[in-house]
Design a protein around this ligand. Sequence first.
Ligand SMILES: [Zn+2]
Length: 474
Amino acid sequence: MEGHNSCVIDSGASDHISGNTSLLSTISFQEKSHFITLANGSKTSSKGVGQAILSPSLYLKFVLFVPNCPFNLISLSQLTKTLNCSVTFDNKSFVIQERGSGRQIGEGYEAGGLYHFGSRPRVSCVAAPNPKMLHDRLGHPHLSKLKKMFPELSRLQTLECESCQLGKHVRSTFPKRSQSKCTSSFSVIHSDIWGPSRVSSFGFRYFVTFIDEYSRCTWVYLMKDRSELLSLFTSFLNEIKNQFGQVIKILRSDNAKEYFSSALSNVLSSHGILHQSTCPHTPQQNGIAERKNRHLVETARTLLLSANVPVHHWGDAILTAGFLINRMPSSSLNHKVPFSILFPENPLFHTSPRVFGCVCFVHDMSPRLDKLSARSLKCVFLGYSRLQKGYRCYSPETKKYYMSANVTFFEQTPYFSPSVQDVHVIQQVLPIPMVEYNISNVPVTPSLDQSPPEPSSPPIDSLQHRTPTTSPVV
Ligand SMILES: [Zn+2]
């Protein structure tokens, strides 16, 4: 049993019991003792009854005060009856949710075979963040990047992750040909189109990236057709102008014909943007964009594999990879973080990162629902929103996306079972882009890469139906 203040959920107790007056906000002493039989058969008696406030949204009435009782028991049957709630257990934790609304009103953790109410106490000999959990949340970055972000992990020698082994090819080191020469953001933009994918992701078969050479911050857009390049580039251009007051001076791309359409050429020339394309057969000149696409695809594959997420969600995985990669230190920037270069005042994450593909419950707090409507929906967590403080969740049951900040996560439980698909399907659908370069110059050494962090998730947000969007993720 933990400290005297710890409250344990007990399925065998018919009443709440406490021996600790400091836990009770009110107490009235009884003249007549109330006899209680404990689980071990012994008898004891209560001397009073009181109320215990366990959290702002959970208080227990009728807690029997038993002097010298070494523990505090929460009767499961009393709890569910008097508070009209449900309690869901797994092997590590439990959550208490209001029936009907699904609102979480309490939680707890398993320790020593008992379920304790409250947050797991921090034990000083255990590193506060679990390195594997951080690695999973942040998109499977290489250990060296994780250490840059969490210096407390500096002594960690290895981090085993099967998904990383499966998702990422042994990578050849790219020749580091050009350190960034540009001295201001958005003066040079690199772009590349990936696709078509053999499997569409809700109609999307391509993605395009726009990368700011100075900050390496990347805008990723999903596309149904390559012809959407024009409209996406135009909206990117406008965003840079309006949000940053900057003008793009150079667009660098390969020789894909969409970059040479007369409509795009007109847009470029009307804004005075020079278009630099690679010489034929030397795509390595577009190295920044190609490397970025490769990084995105590798990360997306790993995200899908690590949680058995069906491959038609590759679009979600690519957008999530883009969001996370923008928030991890980049070796091309001397380990600075792209997002922080462009947004030095903003927190890296407006909501705490979570494990892609895990089970989550989206709570609907919108007033239009009557009290009897189900207000909690089991979903799979599939990413972030850059414009809303919320998580992007999908219900395979309703076949809808939901953006919400009011979400409960079971991060250690993947939504999908392992048998859904095998590795080869993902490898075929998301082939890692081949990047050509002069082989004789390049030492072939294995290396894996990626990663980011942070928390704070306010509640309030109504359950909104979302269709998959082309939304850029920055
Ligand atoms: Zn990994």
